[in-house]
Design a protein around this ligand. Structure first.
Ligand code: CAA
Length: 261
């Protein structure tokens, strides 16, 4: 893996951890950082050593406090569109990764940070983390997917309340509206994330990958089409060695040893 200027990446025991590393500006996302995130994700996509990807921020204060305001202040609309495209491309890649992605939200999760977290599959937050889309206070609208992914997660009313007020909400409030799955003490954050990652990695890899795919692709379909799609994917799992292994191991009363085929 190459060394990056604005992020850290390592892989240990099947878990890839991408840490946004600009603590002096609360891990704000500038174009270089978004480019580096994109490059890392392209490597992760084909890296079979990475079974689960964790995205977090360095330091104890921020996950990501948004897009970099010092870079955006003098931008014209064409430059703004290019920045937004860069983020959309990276966040789309996160969503399409075969691996399950977990946002470990260790602090401020604002603007582009909330949008980054919402492009992950699962969000685990420290109790001290704060969430919000403060863009309207800067005279802009969310531009890294906030009007779309947040709305799909929490519904139109809550998304409009969060975006139009620009107010911060606590991790617990974010959990209550479905924008966060788990809230733990800051000191326990990575242990909790690790625990979830290991539970995921114990299961059949093809099935986990397919479950993510069916949920995401099915979410934009009508129910009957989604159910038909699920049936096709379900049937396909019966062509895998993992299905034979999983069911045989159950009947023989021992743990399954999946090979991901
Ligand atoms: N961009 C650039 N720099 C940022 C930043 C950001 N989004 N957020 C924080 N920083 C910088 C601050 O300018 C400050 O730098 P200096 O030390 O050089 O002055 C440093 O990080 C520490 O920040 P504060 O001194 O402000 O820390 P605080 O504890 O007083 O406040 C905070 C923390 C509430 C998170 C505050 O920093 C803040 O409100 N940040 C901006 C949040 C924001 O508006 N995010 C949305 C950006 S727009 C966006 O994301 C658009 C989109 O849809 C993609």
């Amino acid at each position: 893996m190459k060394n990056y200027e604005n992020l850290l990446f390592d892989v240990k025991d099947g878990i890839g951890t991408l840490t946004i590393n600009r603590p002096k500006s609360l891990n704000a996302l500038n174009s270089d950082t978004l480019r580096e995130i994109g490059e890392t994700l392209n490597e992760v996509k084909d890296n079979t050593d990475v079974k689960v990807l964790v995205i977090t921020g360095s330091g104890q204060k921020a996950f990501v406090a948004g897009a970099d305001i010092s870079q955006m202040v003098s931008m014209n609309p064409i430059e703004a569109a290019a920045l937004s495209e860069l983020a959309h491309k990276a966040f789309h890649t996160i969503q399409e990764l075969p691996q399950i992605t977990i946002a470990a939200v260790n602090g401020y999760c604002l603007g582009g940070g909330f949008e980054l977290a919402n492009s992950c599959d699962i969000r685990v937050a420290a109790a001290t983390a704060k969430f919000g889309q403060p863009e309207v206070g800067l005279g802009i609208v969310p531009g890294f997917g906030g009007t779309q992914r947040l709305t799909r997660l929490v519904g139109r009313g809550k998304a409009k309340e969060i975006i139009a007020t620009g107010a911060q909400i606590t991790a617990q409030e974010a959990k209550e509206i479905g924008a966060v799955e788990e809230v733990v003490e800051l000191d326990d954050l990575m242990t909790k994330v690790d625990e979830i990652a290991h539970k995921i990695m114990k299961n059949g890899p093809v099935a986990v990958r397919m479950a993510k795919y069916v949920i995401d692709k099915g979410a934009d379909l009508d129910l009957d089409t989604g159910i038909a799609f699920e049936t096709q994917m379900w049937a396909q799992t019966f062509a895998t060695e993992d299905q034979k292994e999983g069911m045989t191991a159950f009947l023989e009363k021992h743990g399954a040893k999946f090979n991901g085929k």
